[in-house]
Design a protein around this ligand. Structure first.
Ligand code: ADP
Ligand code: MG
Length: 249
């Protein structure tokens, strides 16, 4: 396996404050990694920094994607290289119809046909996220990602705010994205991902290979996702005895 993403001693600021304080993390090709950590530890900032959102400024360190340092590339250049992201709280986009964005994200003429698979066929003419419920926002984000067909997928708490009925659909679609794409022709791919989860619910749908725990802007430890989750449920984030390495900094 080769490294899809390698983050080396990454420091980054948001709102003029240092949030990422020396992050080291690797995702191999085809690997599904999960990222745990208490609120405010910097998880969303890490994903936004990898994607290239302008709110996050890299001050030192490297973000290597397929061996190339992407830290100075624009968000659209990163998307063209094959990185896609599902945000924790995506913004309302007034004046842009969901169907137009889905078409723009895909080379496939028939891409809007996928909307039915996500129960989003009634939303294609609506402004993106405006008035959408929690579950509808997540389904919309996944429809967009499926159109984009990224090779490396960042998912920020995909199950948060989703009811029990929707969780099955969303979990199944995430599995499709990671293992093979939904649509008329399913293509086997080497998709890699980094998924933030608090509850671990997404692990019921995708078999994760490696887990990381982030605390205070750093990766504190890595280990088997199920071991880490069990430990967190029992002990909180105070200690990380279940880790393969106490610290990998
Ligand atoms: N744009 C921003 N401006 C100011 N502070 C920010 C900004 N983005 C994130 N932060 C702060 O960075 C810290 C980490 O946030 P976040 O990455 O969202 O944490 P997590 O996803 O782990 O809950 C929080 O204290 C948050 O308020
Ligand atoms: Mg977050």
């Amino acid at each position: 396996m080769s490294e899809m993403l390698k983050i080396v001693d990454l420091h980054a600021e948001a709102g003029g404050r240092e949030i990422l304080k020396g992050v080291n993390l690797t995702v191999e090709e085809g690997e599904t990694c999960v990222l745990f950590g208490p609120n405010g530890s910097g998880k969303s900032t890490l994903l936004s920094t990898i994607m290239g959102y302008s709110t996050c400024k890299v001050t030192s360190g490297q973000i290597l994607f397929k061996g190339k340092d992407i830290s100075s590339l624009s968000i659209d250049e990163r998307a063209r290289m094959g990185i896609g992201m599902m945000m924790q709280r995506p913004p309302n986009i007034f004046g842009v119809k969901l169907g137009d964005l889905v078409k723009a994200a895909s080379k496939d003429e028939g891409v809007l046909g996928n909307a039915e698979l996500f129960k989003m066929e009634g939303f294609l003419d609506r402004d993106i996220n405006v008035g959408f419920s929690g579950g509808e926002i997540k389904r919309s984000e996944l429809l967009q990602l499926t159109a984009q067909k990224p090779e490396f997928i960042l998912l920020d708490e995909p199950e948060s705010g989703v009811d029990l009925e929707n969780i099955d659909l969303i979990g199944g679609k995430i599995k499709d994205l990671l293992y093979e794409h939904a649509g008329p022709v399913s293509v086997q791919r080497h998709v890699s991902s980094l998924i933030i989860t608090h509850t671990g619910q997404v692990l019921d749908y995708v078999g994760a290979d490696r887990g990381y725990i982030m605390k205070n802007g750093r990766i504190q430890c890595a280990g088997r996702p199920s071991d880490l989750l069990k430990h967190i449920k029992q002990n909180g984030y105070g200690e990380c005895d279940a880790c393969q390495a106490k610290t990998i900094q």
